[in-house]
Design a protein around this ligand. Structure first.
Ligand SMILES: N[C@@H](CCC(=O)N[C@@H](CS)C(=O)NCC(=O)O)C(=O)O
Length: 217
């Protein structure tokens, strides 16, 4: 019974799921959703995700949306495959869950706004709003100061091993690395080293290869 990922190769949320599957060395079927045609807002996709957003995931009769829930399902179902990605110890697990929440609630919203200004607006023929950029970069700086302090004492964000908490950050960080907001990461040596370490992972190279193969979608 194949795991199926319905998504778009340029979507950070989709990449969070495919990256997890590559880290766990699991086979899966990728079903490209034609977002240009609005297929994510129509049936049959909205039966998988009624919010009309990619990704959606199927495994037998299980249907899931929300990338971070999908990644947790994958790692819990396959504890002995590929990279471990979670901690068994209760305290370490709690710290990992805390950083997963910090990523989702503090870093991702502001990073996504910057990606919208610098990358996605251009795709729609819209101009970057420099006032909005300044506002969001100021917010992201404050968040990254917290990350810099944490990473001064910890190789990875949740502890001494690469975990789902780190992995969840990777797609949106990669997005910003191609924008002027990269400077905010470069200015912080521990954040910068953490990003370089994660971006060099073989599983991430597979996500990028998948993006290259499907870039016309
Ligand atoms: N919290 C959701 C966010 C999903 C999301 O925002 N997907 C974007 C692509 S990265 C999307 O489908 N955007 C189209 C839309 O919102 O209409 C998740 O993590 O799965």
């Amino acid at each position: 019974m194949a795991m199926k990922v319905h998504g778009h190769v340029l979507s950070a949320a989709t990449q969070r799921v495919t990256l997890t599957l590559y880290e766990k060395e699991l086979d899966f079927e990728f079903i490209a959703v034609d977002m240009k045609s609005g297929d994510h807002k129509n049936e049959p996709f909205i039966s998988l995700n009624p919010f009309g957003q990619v990704p959606a995931f199927e495994h037998g009769d299980l249907k899931l949306c929300e990338s971070r829930a999908i990644t947790q399902y994958i790692v819990h179902e396959h504890p002995n495959k590929g990279t471990q990605l979670i901690f068994r110890d209760g305290k370490k697990m709690a710290i990992m869950l805390m950083w997963m929440q910090i990523e989702a609630n503090q870093l991702d919203p502001v990073a996504t706004k910057l990606a919208w200004e610098f990358i996605f607006k251009k795709m729609f023929g819209l101009e970057t709003d420099l006032v909005a950029v300044e506002e969001h970069e100021a917010k992201l700086s404050k968040v990254l100061d917290v990350y810099e302090a944490r990473l001064t004492n910890s190789k990875y964000i949740a502890g001494d091993a690469f975990s789902l908490a780190d992995l969840h950050h990777l797609p949106i960080i990669q997005c910003l690395m191609g924008t002027p907001s990269k400077k905010l990461f470069d200015e912080r040596p521990h954040v910068s080293a953490w990003c370089a370490d994660m971006l060099a992972r073989p599983a991430w190279a597979k996500v990028i290869a998948m993006q290259e193969q499907n870039k016309d979608l």
